[in-house]
Design a protein around this ligand. Structure first.
Ligand code: AR6
Length: 551
């Protein structure tokens, strides 16, 4: 980590600019910064496992489930094992309702020997989709893509274990899972073991009412969770590789049960409580900024790692998508469980996910993405038993055209979104000017699939970082020109001692120009230069007047 360390005045390493990483951690090590709030069950924090009186969880085995009562209503996840989950079946020509979990239990208890039997199993309790789901990707994976030995191991060893894990759901989860609905600051903590059982159910597509995407359906404002979407999607190589990541996750958790826990926290800030950007007197110079053209966000140990999210969490992870968010979700599949209970993010909301483990290595990106073997995650745990890995999902707006991005309302929206994410943990803090540690690890947020401009998004994130006092490590994903561009703008803003409010006004003025032709950096430089000249002239005039009076 310190191989590229350098002073704030310039770079000594090959790839990074700005301050050394230790100024982003706030300590000499990635794990030296304060922990996130501990897991304490409360009315707005549902903890699905038993927390002992002293808060200390066993370190050698998963925590026990918390005991409670199933709930079957609009405020909680409708569980596949609920007694209220009924499904129409046809017995000897007569249709009647049967407990769906009984059908699932009976189907998953039988041996499943190949992809067709797996598809038939899933369809046995999803009969409505018998003529709709074709399982193209799933069949290709097992019938063509994987080596024969891998397929045999999967059906002989891993799949029966996934089935057992899915069927252990009623034993492992005994309290209702609240939905993280819009406009509510709520948290859920679950054990990794509980998540693995929920994901095993997603694997077998058992979640009720989650199979249609119709606007009128109960879960229309939630992401998809049953994996049928992935099995159905185009059988491209990247889909195959995503499926390999998923299968590898199950192989790992069924071989050795993970013992940690995770917390998912929705942060929602009413628009009226967002900063008045024009008035912000935070100085850009107070923001520690580290920029690196190599390295990726998921490798930035100890920092708050930004997920370039879709407002429907996970984006295309269960479909065709294979960019930053989707890759993150398949190498750390526990993040996918957010899709079970997180309602679509509104413009002033983000989701914090603390404690995920990384299971797979990967190479490539998008259509060259490949699973690259086991990842041994040595991240230490915090005092609540969570891996010290925080992922912050924040969704930028998609833009088809630069003119839409450079508008007052869209700039304010992106600033608010980034600030709501970066300022997590600020609540209740005194307004001291010190930085909030750890810093964030971010990069070209909104600038890939969402088509945003790197110049604007880097400035927006710098402003949100300065206003929330959250140091930033910015990874330009191999782009050294972008790295130098950002450090040049930053240095220019620091030289002119620019505040966030001043910069915001400059951005708004830029929006009034022909943004397709003009260059943002040149515009800012000229504006700052003009202001500097004006104030220099004013002070010279003032000095001359003083002299005249003296004379
Ligand atoms: N570390 C650092 N930078 C990265 C990494 C990484 N691991 N991966 C990509 N980049 P994109 P968006 C850089 O397109 O535009 C998904 O479908 C790289 O320069 O994932 O916000 C979501 O679900 C890349 O071009 O984010 C949303 O639907 C840039 O980050 C949508 O995409 C942006 O990555 C979000 O699109």
């Amino acid at each position: 980590y310190f191989g590229n360390a350098m002073s704030a005045s310039g770079s000594t390493g090959n790839t990074s600019r700005g301050v050394p990483l230790c100024e982003i951690y706030g300590s000499q090590s990635p794990w030296g910064s304060p922990e996130f709030p501990l897991v304490v069950p409360s009315y707005n924090h549902a903890v699905l496992y038993h927390v002992p009186g002293n808060g200390a969880l066993p370190q050698d085995r998963p925590p026990k489930p918390q005991i409670g009562q199933d709930k079957w209503d609009h405020d909680f996840v409708r569980m596949p094992c609920s007694v209220h989950s009924l499904y129409p079946v046809n017995d000897n020509g007569e249709s009647h309702l049967k407990k769906r979990w009984e059908i699932i239990e009976s189907s998953l208890s039988k041996p499943i020997k190949n992809s067709q039997e797996l598809a038939d199993t899933i369809l046995s309790y999803n009969t409505k989709f018998r003529n709709i789901w074709k399982f193209r990707a799933l069949c290709k994976l097992f019938d063509e893509y994987l080596e024969e030995e891998e397929v045999k191991y999967f059906f002989d060893v891993t799949l029966p274990e996934i089935a057992k894990l899915a069927l252990a759901l009623p034993k492992l989860i005994q309290t209702p899972i609240p939905l993280l609905k819009q406009h509510k600051n709520r948290s859920i903590s679950l054990s990794q073991q509980q998540i693995s059982s929920l994901l095993a159910n997603a694997f077998f597509c058992t979640f009720p009412r989650r199979n249609t995407t119709k606007k009128s359906s109960e879960y229309a404002s939630y992401p998809h969770i049953n994996f049928n979407m992935l099995y159905e999607s185009s059988p491209s190589d990247s889909t195959m590789e995503k499926l390999k990541c998923v299968c590898y996750y199950f192989k790992k958790v069924t071989t050795k049960v993970p013992v940690g826990v995770l917390t998912f926290s929705r942060r929602s800030v009413p628009q009226r409580d967002c900063p008045r950007w024009v008035q912000s007197d935070a100085h850009i110079s107070d923001l520690p900024l580290h920029i690196d053209s190599v390295g990726t966000i998921e490798d930035a140990d100890g920092l708050i790692q930004i997920d370039f999210a879709n407002k429907y969490l996970g984006g295309g992870v269960l479909g065709h998508g294979c960019v930053q968010e989707e890759i993150r979700f398949v190498i750390c599949p526990e993040l996918m469980i957010s899709m079970l209970f997180t309602e679509v993010l509104s413009p002033s909301e983000v989701l914090f996910m603390i404690g995920c483990e990384r299971y797979s290595k990967y190479t490539g990106y998008a259509n060259t993405f490949q699973w690259a073997g086991d990842f041994k995650d040595t991240t230490p745990h915090d005092s609540s038993g969570r891996k010290r890995c925080a992922v912050l999902a924040m969704d930028a707006l998609p833009y088809s055209n630069v003119v839409h991005e450079f508008k007052r309302v869209t700039i304010a929206r992106e600033l608010n979104k980034a600030w709501i994410g970066f300022s997590y943990g600020l609540e209740g803090n005194s307004h001291s000017q010190s930085c909030l540690y750890p810093g964030v690890a971010t990069g070209n947020w909104g600038c890939g699939a969402f088509g945003g401009s790197e110049a604007l998004k880097s400035i927006v994130q710098i402003m949100a970082g300065a206003h929330s006092r959250r140091p930033i490590a910015y990874y330009t994903f191999g782009d050294s020109r972008l790295r130098d561009f950002i450090i040049n703008i930053y240095n220019m803003l620091v030289t002119h001692d620019v505040t966030v409010g001043q910069l915001y006004k400059l951005l708004l003025n830029f929006c009034l120009t022909d943004v397709r032709k003009n260059n943002l950096q040149t515009y800012i430089r000229q504006a700052l230069q003009n202001e500097a000249n004006i104030s220099k002239n004013n002070s010279e005039n003032a000095t001359n007047e003083d002299c005249a009076v003296d004379n």
